[in-house]
Ligand binder design. Structure first.
Ligand code: AMP
Length: 280
């Protein structure tokens, strides 16, 4: 595993690889690797040269405490990367990624970046967009891997690739990996007590029941069902931030004719915020 901290060095290496016709794959992460991340590593197993980036991006946090407390487990992460035979770990510093970059913060993102997480986490997607763009410019990957767990982020990355990279980067979408209980794996799950972990899984159960119901019934019923679910979960101290059904291609409000629909949810257990989504 080749560990690189310097942007310049990473650029040089990637230029050399590209000149030698070696195809580069990138798997961006914020570290604290779990089985969700590992599924991305596995999906890239047959690629030529695999780079994992590890950068906890301050621009995408809207809460300083959340950023400062983001779990860091570098020794464990290194073991996982070696286990999966990753070629290179790019671990840049904040000075290079944040201060020495023109972040283009006035850029207007597509409307779908202003709903769901974009509505409740101001500037979150600007931060994601800016840093992933920077990573793509440094590394110039041919492929990049992202999880469907962060579905809205995935759509934004596809938009970025179209806007700024002429669709020359193949975005590989990976399924959401879940705990046995159904709870989507997340670095933030570490912050839950055993009891809270069980509560979080209740939200997944609700998504599954909702999916079953909406498959067989008119989606007009959704607003009513949503209120029932929110009420039911609030009795267990689960606070729903949003619960929506939207077309999965463009996050438009679905009509009766639409078939590609996902259910999206964000919720709080204590002060831990979690997100999830499933296909109907
Ligand atoms: P993060 O380190 O949380 O920024 O995540 C890095 C990448 O791993 C993103 O593309 C995420 O969507 C993906 N990821 C995180 N959790 C999961 C999961 N449970 N299943 C699949 N992919 C995931």
């Amino acid at each position: 595993l080749n560990i690189i901290n310097s942007v310049e060095e990473q650029e040089k290496l990637c230029k050399r690889l590209t000149d030698d016709n070696i195809k580069i794959s990138l798997i961006p992460t914020m570290g604290n690797l779990h089985l969700g991340h590992e599924s991305l590593l596995k999906a890239s197993i047959n690629d030529d040269y695999r780079i994992v980036s590890l950068f906890v991006n301050p621009l995408q946090f809207n809460n300083y405490k959340d950023y400062k407390n983001y779990p860091k487990t570098i020794e464990k992460d290194l073991k996982i990367l070696k286990l999966h035979n990753i070629d290179c770990l790019f671990m840049p510093n904040e000075k290079d990624m944040i201060l020495k970059t023109n972040h283009d913060i006035e850029r207007k993102l597509p409307d779908f970046a202003n709903i769901l997480c974009g509505k409740f986490r101001k500037s979150h997607f600007q931060g994601v967009y800016s840093i992933v763009k920077k990573l793509f410019n440094i590394i110039k990957p041919q492929k990049a891997y992202f999880g469907k767990k962060d579905f809205q982020q995935l759509l934004l990355i596809k938009y970025l690739v179209k806007e700024c990279f002429k669709n020359t980067i193949d975005i590989i979408e990976c399924e959401t990996i879940r705990e046995k209980s159904g709870l989507a794996m997340s670095s933030r799950n570490n912050k839950l007590s055993v009891k809270q972990n069980r509560l979080a899984a209740l939200v997944f159960n609700e998504l599954v029941s909702l999916r079953k119901y909406l498959k067989n019934n008119n989606i007009d019923l959704f607003p009513m069902l949503r209120e029932e679910i929110i009420k039911k979960l609030s009795k267990q101290d689960i606070k729903i931030e949003y619960l929506d059904i939207l077309c999965r291609n463009n996050l438009n409000t679905p009509t009766e004719q639409d078939i590609d629909i996902n259910i999206f949810v964000a919720f709080y257990i204590g002060d831990v915020r979690l997100i999830d989504n499933i296909e109907i």
